[in-house]
Design a protein around this ligand. Sequence first.
Ligand SMILES: Cc1cc2nc3c(=O)[nH]c(=O)nc-3n(C[C@H](O)[C@H](O)[C@H](O)COP(=O)(O)OP(=O)(O)OC[C@H]3O[C@@H](n4cnc5c(N)ncnc54)[C@H](O)[C@@H]3O)c2cc1C
Length: 247
Amino acid sequence: MARAAVPGRLSWLVSTLAATREETASARTLVLDVPGWRGHQAGQHVDVKLTAEDGYSAQRSYSIASAPDGTRLELTVQRIDDGEVSPYLTEALEPGDPLELRGPIGGWFVWPPGSAAPLLLVAGGSGVVPLMSMIRSHADRKSKVPVRLIYSVRSPADVLYAPELSERARVSPLDLTYLYTRAAPAGQPTGRISANVVAAAAWPPDGKPAIFVCGPSGFVETAADLLVAGGHDPASVKTERFGPTGT
Ligand SMILES: Cc1cc2nc3c(=O)[nH]c(=O)nc-3n(C[C@H](O)[C@H](O)[C@H](O)COP(=O)(O)OP(=O)(O)OC[C@H]3O[C@@H](n4cnc5c(N)ncnc54)[C@H](O)[C@@H]3O)c2cc1C
């Protein structure tokens, strides 16, 4: 007998990989068609489940990179070479293959549609993924709210969505600040997020920005501490950590 879905509990859905896009040498966007998808808000994530023929399964969380768009979703996965799930998603999964997922998950780390507050986005590495959904939603809604992205990344070759970010910065109220931690373009310094960077690149606290910080745990803690030390209201700083997840 088929088991009815429990109200309020998310059911697993079987999506189909429609297309892929190589974002960098080690990160790939998966474009998924998800029949039954009920929509999402920018900032939310899904759980993805892989099941082997012997029944062993592994789950991981992935942020949604795309703006809400019917039953189509985009995830961007950064490959971790010794990882269990990300190498499969970035190297083995092919268009036409099924992928089980459930979501949308998360009600806190979301950009509320219609928010009038300036938007300050702070990303470490692949932490830019849910922030990209906010940037894309902002554009889709033709929002006039100013947006700043501070994006800490190892090198220019590791920047996700580089051409799209440049184009969006050209045509919409989006400012970009890149921090290169290991290798910078010629003539630019390398460096990490610091009080000076926050003072120069973030909106001032009296503008009451809505702030979203996402990335590895250490980066998120440092960035959030710097923002609060710089005078931002702790309640305005929302964080999401991309630590190891799943079973
Ligand atoms: C809410 C949420 C959203 C996320 N969104 C994204 C996303 O949009 N894109 C994305 O690429 N990842 C995202 N992640 C991370 C993702 O869930 C996995 O942890 C990641 O893909 C590694 O899984 P794996 O099975 O390949 O590695 P595992 O087999 O789990 O781990 C292999 C090794 O890598 C280390 N490791 C695990 N995760 C990370 C990590 N994130 N960074 C560095 N080292 C790690 C482990 O400690 C271990 O040593 C998100 C995590 C959370 C909690």
